[in-house]
Design a binder for this molecule. Structure first.
Ligand code: XMP
Length: 641
C-alpha cells in the first residue's frame, strides 16, 4: 500500500534477471502509472489478473534455451491483460507462443535506428519520429514469429525489433525502451500505459505523501542517525526524514573518509545550514588510509571502505548518543545502488555498493537501517529534492559516489605489466579474423595507433559485470571526428569482450607509443591529493566554460600507467617515504550524460576545450598522460571501479 493505491491500478514488472527490471518500474511510475516488481516465484496468473492492469516482462542475460533460464507461466499470456516483453522478455513470449529464437552470432550493444511499419499500439502518434534511436543490448534474437503476430518495427541488424499481436494486446521489443538512450522510449511506454488504461494515475507527490507516513510508522519511538556523504542522495534522504521526524529525533553526521573533494566539507555544511540542517563532522581519514594501505583489488577496496564506514560511524555515534540501540541508521541508498549489487532476485552482481556490504546487510535484516529514497532513481531523487524545497545548487550537483575518490584511484600490486599493440592482441583471437581486420583498417584509415593498456576496470557487458582491459587510441595526426571516435569505441567491445572500454589519448608529456603499469601504487594520501587537485581543476574548468550543467557526471580517474620504457620509476611504496621521481600517473577523463545512471553516453566535449583542459592537467608534476574515456554504459560503467 506504499503507493497509496487500494485497487489494481498498477503494472506488474516481472524481473527476468536484467538490471533493468527496477528501471522499467521506476520509468512507468515517472510516466504516471504505479508499478511494482514481481519475482518469478510469485506468479500466479489469477492473482496477477486481480492485482494488476498490465504486465511487463523485463530483459535479462539468459537465453530461452538455457535449462535454468527464468521463465513465466505460459498461461500469463492468456488472462487478457496487456503484455509487453522487453529484450529477453520479448524472446520468452515469442518462444512460448511458438516463434523461433536463435543466437545472433555476436552481441549487439548500443544505438540503432528503428524503422516503424505500424503506427498503432506502442507506436501510436509516432509518425514524425520514424527512424528514432533505440538502445540494443542482446545476444539472441527472434527469427520467426508465432501466429497472430506481425513486425511493427525493424532496425538494420534486427528485423524483429518490435512485434505485436494487437488483438491479444501482446507486444514485444528487442530494444530497451526504458533507458534514456532510446530517444522515444517514454512515448512507447506511455502508449503501453494507455493500452492498460492507466494514464495519469500516479505521481511523485503521491510517493512523497505515502513515504512520509511510512517513515513515521517505521521510526515510531526511535531516532534516526543519518550518514551524510555530501552528495545529492543522502541530503535528499535527510530532508525527507526531517519531514517525518521531530528535530531532536534526527541527527546528521558526515564522516570524512579522506576521499572527499577539495573544499567539499565546507560547501556541504554551508548548503545544509541554509536549509536549517545541523551537521557533525568526524575525521576518520587516518583509519581509512591505514586499512587500505596495500590493497589494490577494487572489490576488496569497496568492502574495506564499507566496513570502515560502519566502524567510524559506531565510534562517532558512541560519542554522540548514550543509547545507540534506540537509533536507526539512515542511508541515502538509491535504486541503482541496490540493483547493481545484485539487489533483485535474478540480477547479477556488477559491483558491491558500499551501502550493501555484509555488515550493512546484517543491520538491514535486524530492521536497523532506514533508506527513504531506495525506491527512486537519481532524477527522481533530484525532483523530490526540489519538491522538498532544497536549493538548486545542491540538488543539481553532479552525483558523487559514497566511497568518493577512492573508487577513482586505481591501484597496482608489485607485478610489472606493459601495453601491447591492439593488432597483436586481436589478431590472435580465434574466429574473429574479420572483426580484427575491420578494426585494424579503421585505425589505419583514421591515423590512430591502438594499444591495449596494462589496466583493468569494471564494466557491464550483456547484463553481467566484467573486469576487462581498456583499449587506448593514440592519434598520429589530427583527431578524427566524434562520430568516428564513437563508432570505433562501439566496435571494439562489441567485437571483443576482452575490452570494456576505449579511450583516446588527448595529451602526454612523453608522447611515445608504449605504456607500462607502475608497480606498488596504492591508496595513499599523496595520490589522493594529486587526484583531488586534478578533479578540482576539472570542476573549475567546467564552471569557467559554462558547461557544468551540460554534463551529468564527470569522474576524473587516476591510473598508475606511464608512457615510455625509460621513464623514471617511482620509489614510493606504502613502506617507504622516498620521493617519487618524475611523472608516475595518468589521468582519465570520464564525462558522461545519463538520466538514471543505468545507462550513460559519452559527453562530446568540444576539441579545443579538451586541449585546454589537457594542458592544464599536464601541469601537475606527477601526471604523465591524459586520456578521454569514449565508452558508453554498457559496456563500461560510469565509475572505473
Ligand atoms: P556505475 O559506475 O555503476 O555508477 O555506472 C552508477 C552511479 O552510481 C554511483 N556509484 C556509487 N555511489 N556508492 C555510491 O554512493 C558507490 O559505491 C557507488 N558506485 C557507483 C556512480 O558515481 C554513478 O553515479
Amino acid at each position: 500500500m506504499k503507493h497509496g493505491k487500494l485497487n489494481n491500478e498498477r503494472i506488474a514488472v516481472i524481473d527476468l534477471g536484467g538490471q533493468y527490471a527496477h528501471l522499467i518500474a521506476s520509468k512507468i511510475r515517472r510516466l504516471g502509472a504505479f508499478s511494482e516488481i514481481v519475482s518469478t516465484d510469485e506468479l500466479q496468473p489469477e492473482k496477477i489478473l486481480s492485482s494488476f492492469r498490465g504486465i511487463i516482462l523485463s530483459g535479462g542475460p539468459s537465453s530461452v534455451y538455457e535449462p535454468l533460464a527464468p521463465s513465466t507461466p505460459r498461461k500469463l499470456l492468456d488472462i487478457g491483460l496487456p503484455v509487453l516483453g522487453i529484450c529477453y522478455g520479448h524472446q520468452l513470449i515469442m518462444h512460448q507462443l511458438g516463434g523461433d529464437v536463435k543466437n545472433a552470432h555476436g552481441k549487439e550493444y548500443g544505438p540503432a535506428e528503428i524503422q516503424i511499419s505500424d503506427f498503432s499500439g506502442l507506436f501510436a502518434g509516432e509518425e514524425q519520429w520514424d527512424n528514432a534511436v533505440v538502445w540494443m543490448n542482446h545476444g539472441d534474437e527472434v527469427k520467426t514469429l508465432p501466429d497472430g503476430f506481425k513486425i511493427t518495427g525493424s532496425t538494420q541488424d534486427c528485423a524483429f525489433a518490435s512485434v505485436a499481436d494487437t488483438s491479444r494486446r501482446i507486444y514485444g521489443v528487442q530494444f530497451h525502451p526504458e533507458v534514456a538512450d532510446t530517444v522515444r522510449g517514454d512515448c512507447y511506454l506511455g502508449n503501453f500505459i494507455k493500452i492498460c488504461g492507466l494514464e495519469n494515475s500516479w505521481s511523485l507527490e503521491d510517493f512523497l505523501k505515502a513515504k512520509t507516513e511510512e517513515i513515521q510508522k517505521e521510526t515510531i519511538n526511535r531516532k534516526v542517525f543519518l550518514l551524510i556523504s555530501g552528495g545529492v542522495d543522502s541530503t535528499v534522504a535527510y530532508a525527507l526524514l526531517s519531514r517525518s521526524l521531530p528535530r531532536d529525533h534526527l541527527k546528521g553526521l558526515l564522516i570524512d573518509t579522506g576521499f572527499m573533494r577539495k573544499n567539499e566539507i565546507n560547501e556541504v555544511k554551508k548548503a545544509l545550514a541554509a536549509v536549517e540542517v545541523d551537521l557533525d563532522v568526524h575525521d576518520a581519514s587516518p583509519d581509512f588510509y591505514e586499512k587500505l594501505g596495500n590493497v589494490f583489488d577494487p572489490e576488496e577496496k569497496r568492502r574495506i571502505i564499507g566496513d570502515q564506514f560502519l566502524k567510524s560511524q559506531e565510534t562517532a555515534s558512541e560519542k554522540l548518543f548514550e543509547t545507540p540501540g534506540d537509533w536507526m541508521i539512515g542511508q541515502g541508498t538509491i535504486y541503482p545502488d541496490t540493483i547493481e549489487s545484485g539487489g533483485t532476485k535474478h540480477s547479477h552482481k556488477i559491483k558491491t555498493h558500499h551501502n550493501r556490504v555484509p555488515k550493512i546487510q546484517e543491520l538491514i535484516q535486524a530492521g536497523r537501517i532506514i533508506e527513504p529514497v531506495r525506491d527512486l532513481y537519481k532524477d527522481e531523487v533530484r525532483r523530490l529534492g526540489e519538491l522538498l524545497g532544497l536549493p538548486d545548487s545542491l540538488v543539481h550537483r553532479h552525483p558523487f559516489p559514497g566511497p568518493g575518490l577512492a573508487v577513482r584511484c586505481l591501484c597496482s600490486d608489485g607485478s610489472e605489466n606493459s601495453s601491447m599493440p591492439i593488432g597483436d592482441f586481436i589478431n590472435k583471437i580465434e574466429n574473429k579474423k574479420n572483426e580484427a581486420s575491420d578494426i585494424c583498417d579503421q585505425l589505419i584509415r583514421h591515423s590512430l595507433e591502438g594499444l591495449v593498456l596494462p589496466l583493468q576496470s569494471v564494466g557491464v557487458q550483456g547484463d553481467q559485470r566484467s573486469f576487462a582491459r581498456p583499449a587506448a587510441l593514440l592519434p598520429l595526426k589530427e583527431r578524427p571526428s566524434w562520430e568516428t571516435l564513437e563508432k570505433i569505441s562501439r566496435a571494439i567491445p562489441n567485437y571483443f569482450s576482452d575490452f570494456n572500454r576505449v579511450l583516446i589519448r588527448t595529451g602526454a608529456k612523453n608522447p611515445g607509443g608504449y605504456y607500462r603499469r607502475v608497480p606498488n601504487r596504492y591508496l595513499t594520501p599523496d595520490r589522493i591529493d594529486t587526484l583531488r587537485e586534478a578533479d578540482s581543476i576539472v570542476t573549475d574548468f567546467l564552471r569557467e566554460k559554462n558547461i557544468y550543467s551540460e554534463i551529468w557526471q564527470f569522474p576524473v580517474v587516476i591510473v598508475p600507467v606511464v608512457c615510455g620504457k625509460n621513464q623514471a620509476a617511482p620509489t614510493k611504496t606504502p613502506d617507504s617515504d622516498a620521493e617519487t621521481a618524475g611523472p608516475c600517473e595518468s589521468i582519465i577523463l570520464r564525462p558522461v550524460n545519463s538520466r538514471d545512471a543505468m545507462t550513460a553516453s559519452v559527453y562530446r566535449m568540444n576539441f579545443s576545450l579538451i586541449d585546454d583542459l589537457t594542458n592544464r592537467l599536464l601541469k601537475i608534476e606527477t601526471i604523465d598522460s591524459i586520456f578521454y574515456d569514449l565508452t558508453s554504459k554498457p559496456p563500461g560503467t560510469i565509475e572505473w571501479e
